[in-house]
Design a protein around this ligand. Structure first.
Ligand SMILES: Cc1cc2nc3c(=O)[nH]c(=O)nc-3n(C[C@H](O)[C@H](O)[C@H](O)COP(=O)(O)OP(=O)(O)OC[C@H]3O[C@@H](n4cnc5c(N)ncnc54)[C@H](O)[C@@H]3O)c2cc1C
Length: 408
């Protein structure tokens, strides 16, 4: 089999690539592409690199890519290695499933499972990429495929001409709209209360260094440590029919979150009550796209495959996208970049579509009303933990940075 890693030697002048969006997906792709030998610049609309929200899970499939990019020390310094994953019942705290995570993940898949604050993760990734190639305050407003190049222009008046353009500009992607037409994402019927709790405030709970999720009727609640264990991150999901930003912004208080989890186990309520900050986040959705690329422009991450965060894989898949894109381009050299972009999307589509489907199904499974369906689910989980590293071999073992150009 003709396999190729990023970094393979290519012929000709390096392609000049613009990545639009300096989020987790865009910055990691930029780093992957640069390490594969391309000339890469990132254009980010915000005046500084920022990530809203608290923590994020990095499964071994993503952690392996970050480590290969030279970010192992940063991940170890800022992240936490949860010992286990533990799912519990909303009211009485009964264990529904429990499985080890670390060090098992490293033994099985060559990389740990990491929980980390988003801002820390972004800073770790940015530390590997030259700051002079990150152009802040650049909001893309238009682009045009010129056949052998792509032009793009920005709100601040700047204009660029590059060999390839990658839209990593999130769920409201301007690049996606330019390629496939503007269409607003749909409210997915869920909002999340997100908060961070200083560890000393909940020391009395004696929490294990693990990722716990509590499932109940119409809601679920997840918590794990970030920031070297100094903070506990929580996300409490609840179902709602509608979302109106103005109506909802004032609901992001600790009291509102407590009201949303009325009657839940005391541990859940004590964690919410101890929060330093609490804010609300609405979940949006889009139908899967059948293709991501047009000519010399393509997409990655939430720009092309936003997914419910109920497999904890949205950012991980964006990281995988960048690794596969870099590997495909490295394998092809400068030959027919448009065809290479099509190959990249064909390699990625089946995997991200599967994860979109599984994430959607988990919304139903996690939010079951108490009754026969919920009891059947609990019995299934008791037989075999579906979140254990063994059960997720197909997900964690996969190496997105190693592609077979003959596979598509
Ligand atoms: C509550 C919650 C929990 C989650 N938990 C996990 C988890 O545990 N694990 C996991 O893997 N994923 C998780 N996800 C999903 C994950 O957060 C997203 O999939 C991921 O952040 C997407 O990254 P991205 O780089 O594609 O997009 P984004 O993070 O949205 O970044 C897009 C960037 O593009 C910039 N931008 C936008 N428009 C323009 C423009 N016109 N010009 C220039 N720049 C622009 C933005 O400012 C932003 O910096 C979770 C999501 C939520 C909501």
């Amino acid at each position: 089999m003709n396999k190729c890693h990023t970094g393979q030697k290519r012929t000709g002048a390096p392609l000049r690539i613009a990545v639009i969006g300096g989020g987790i997906g865009g910055l990691t792709a930029a780093l992957s592409l640069r390490q594969a030998g391309f000339e890469v610049d990132v254009y980010e609309q915000a005046p500084e690199l920022t990530q809203i929200g608290g923590g994020i899970n990095m499964g071994p499939n993503a952690a392996r890519i970050l480590r290969r990019l030279g970010l192992a020390a940063g991940l170890d310094r800022q992240g936490v290695r949860p010992l286990l994953t533990h799912q519990r019942r909303w009211q009485d705290g009964r264990t529904l499933q429990r499985a080890p995570l670390n060090p098992l993940c490293e033994a099985l898949y060559g990389a740990p499972h990491v929980t980390i604050h988003r801002a820390d993760l972004l800073a770790v990734i940015a530390s590997g990429f030259p700051a002079e190639h990150i152009h802040l305050g650049h909001r893309l407003v238009g682009l045009a495929d010129k056949g052998d190049s792509t032009e793009a222009w920005f709100e601040n008046g700047a204009q660029i001409t590059v060999d390839l353009l990658v839209g990593a500009d999130g769920i409201h992607s301007a690049v996606r709209a330019a390629l496939f037409g503007a269409e607003a994402p749909r409210f997915a019927g869920c909002v999340a209360y997100r908060g961070l709790v200083p560890a000393e405030r909940i020391a009395g709970l004696g929490l294990e260094i693990g990722s716990q999720s509590w499932v109940g009727p119409g809601a679920h609640f997840v918590h794990y440590f970030v920031s070297r264990g100094r903070l506990l991150n929580f996300v409490g999901w609840t179902e709602h029919d509608s979302w109106n930003r103005e109506d909802w912004t004032d609901r992001a208080t600790v009291d509102r979150a407590l009201a949303a989890f009325e009657g839940w186990h005391p541990q859940v309520r004590q964690i919410i009550a101890a929060a330093e900050t609490c804010f609300i986040w609405a979940l949006f959705d889009r139908d899967p796209l059948p293709r991501w690329s047009v000519g010399r422009t393509t997409l990655l991450g939430d720009a092309c495959h936003p997914m419910y965060p109920f497999m904890g894989q949205g950012a991980a898949q964006a990281i995988e996208d960048g690794a596969t894109l870099a590997a495909c381009l490295a394998a092809a050299g400068n030959a027919d970049p448009a065809a290479t972009l099509r190959r990249y999307e064909q390699l990625r589509l089946p995997r991200v579509t599967r994860l979109q489907d599984l994430s959607r199904a988990n919304k139903t499974r996690f939010h079951m009303r108490d009754g026969p369906g919920q009891r059947a689910r609990d019995a299934e989980w008791a037989k075999a933990a579906d979140r254990s590293p063994d059960a997720l071999r197909w997900l964690y073992e996969f190496d997105a940075g190693v592609v077979d150009p003959m596979a598509v």
